[in-house]
Design a protein around this ligand. Sequence first.
Ligand SMILES: [Zn+2]
Ligand SMILES: [Zn+2]
Length: 262
Amino acid sequence: MRLIDSHCHVDGERFDADRSEVLARARAAGVTPFIVIGTGNTLTEIRRAVTLAEAEPDVFAAVGVHPHDASAIDDAGFAELATLVAHPRVVAVGETGLDFHYDHSPRDAQEVAFRRQLRLAHAVGKPVVCHIRNAHAEAMSVVDDEQLPAAGGVIHCFTGTPDEARGWVARGFHLSFSGIVTFPAKSADPIRAALHVVPEDRLLVETDAPFLAPAARRGQRNEPAFVVDTASFCARELGVPESQLFAAVTANARRLFQLPPV
Ligand SMILES: [Zn+2]
Ligand SMILES: [Zn+2]
C-alpha cells in the first residue's frame, strides 16, 4: 500500500539531525512521495523546501508566505516568491490563507498576502495550499472575490465544521485531514463529522510534521511515516476498506499536485 504525505515540514531544523532516516522510515512504511511546504519569514527559509526537492527525487515542494509571516515579506520578497514558484520541483503555492486563531500577523496583511498568492497560483497554473484557522467565512469570501486557481486547491489540516467543509467542497477545493482527526477529545468531533461530508475524490491526508502527531504517537515529533495512522483512522471512521481509502487519497494528491507518473 502506498500513501502520499500531502503536507509536511521535513525541510525544517527539527529534522536536520536525521532527515534521511525519517524519509527512509516513511518509504519503508509505504509513504512516498512527500509534499514539503516551505515556510518562514524570509525567502531563504522558504527556499529550503525547494533545495530538499532538488536533492530527493520523491520530494516535491510548495512555497508560499504563511499567514503567520504575512507582514514579514515585502514586495521584493513576493517578487522572489513568484520566480521560485515557477521552479519545476514546485508543485503548489502555499501555504497561504488566514489564521485568526493566532493572529501572528495583522488580519489585513494576511488577507493581502492571501489574495496575492491566489492570483499567483492562478497565473502559474499550480494549485494553492491553504491554511485556514478560525477564519473559514472570511477566507471563502476572499476566494469568491478572487479567481480560484484553475488548478484548484486544498484546505490543509482541516479543523472546521461539516458546514464549512461543504462550503469548501462547493468551491472546488480538496480537504486534507491531519492527526487532529484521531484525537479522542470531544473538540475533534466536528472534524470527524466534517470527514463524512467530503466526497472521496476530494479527500487528502497529511502529517503537518513535525506538528500534530496522531493520537497513538502523542508527545512524539510527528514524521511522514505516521500518516498511515491518520489514513487508517479515516478508513475506520468512514467504514470503508483501507485499500480503498488509501488508493483514493493517493490518487487525489497525485491529480491535485500534477505529480509525474511513478
Ligand atoms: Zn498550516
Ligand atoms: Zn504546514
